[in-house]
Write a protein that binds this ligand. Sequence first.
Ligand code: ADP
Ligand code: GN1
Ligand code: MG
Length: 376
Amino acid sequence: MTREEACSKIDEAIANFGIKGQLIEKKPYGNGHINDTFLLEYRNDNNQIKKYILQRMNHEIFKNTQELMENIIGVTSYLRGQILKFGGNPDRETLNFMPTLSGDSYYVDSTKNAWRMCGFIVDTLCFEAVNTPDDFYQSAVAFGNFQRLLSDYPAHTLHETIANFHNTASRFKDFKNAVNADVCDRAKEVEAEIKFAMDREKDAAVLVNMQASGELPLRVTHNDTKLNNVLLDRETGKAICVIDLDTVMPGLAINDFGDSIRFGASTGLEDEQDLSKVSLDLNLFDIYTKGFLDSCGKSLSKKEIEMLPTGAKMMTFECGIRFLADYLQGDVYFRISRDKQNLDRCRTQFKLVAEMEQKMDEMNQIVEKYAKRQEE
Ligand code: ADP
Ligand code: GN1
Ligand code: MG
């Protein structure tokens, strides 16, 4: 089923959320790789405009919609309570999902595609790349707050929406299977990238082993902490809301930190074709580290703080092998808008990994600097 076919029942879905007023706009929205996102605008009887986000959930990737939505409703309801407790505005600072006419959290249409709707958070900005260092600092504050506000959430009640999501060892196995199968006969043109990954096979198990031995604790984590999964206030530039909660599940805090670094502390876009534009910006690394530790440092252990730079490297490596595996498999997972986009994405990640290896000492020093400040 193509994406157009999967979204063919959008009007049926809209009708089943029973939003009052006249629908005056319906258009595709945002730059996500996974779900199909639409912006809806309604005019109500008082002539006020109300906006909503409607999403067709990607059930090929998230196989259990019921469990996925249970996680999201559980976490957003809890966050609502926390935000109220600290005097915030829960209508803006967390996602708010609309029930269907029958009171469910999502609607399954007649072609078996599942839809959910949440309030559109107005007067916010969402960036694909860091515009100013303060935006990046604010995104760190948002993800740090998220970690802190959920630190007492019963993690064991969360479903694993995608098994082994950030299990880099298991991702490495998948990558090797993709190389061996080579279903599109593409392996021969990416020998250098395959070698780069193979040379680092032993790294893939490091964090999984530390988690298994108890050195790193499982926490409620977001698991997709890209800059474009946070909304900033249009006027003040302050962090407002963490979005895209599909992958909230128990995980490692250092992976949440690391995913933000791989995406936001790069001087180039994730799919940049000119690798000379892609580099790890240590100033941005410094800023994000400061924001993250300022907002959640006290809920992290010493070991977690010490391992933050490794988290950055491992999330970048993991993403690189996922992009490469997808390229080898014929671009079946990450949405592409041009040929070789997944290969370009892999190359930017591997360039960053190589730089992180060279800059590991500097990253460690930056983390130590803020860790010390916290202890004072
Ligand atoms: P994907 O999983 O495909 O990345 P997201 O849930 O991140 O989907 O949504 C895609 C984009 O839609 C986001 O990057 C953001 O720009 C926008 N968006 C999503 N939810 C909201 C919301 N509640 N208010 C405002 N913008 C939103
Ligand atoms: C996907 O949905 P989106 O675009 O925020 C992916 C992440 C990757 C990211 C790479 C469920 O995130 O794991 O890091 O692309 N999400 C899923 O840009 O696989
Ligand atoms: Mg997203």
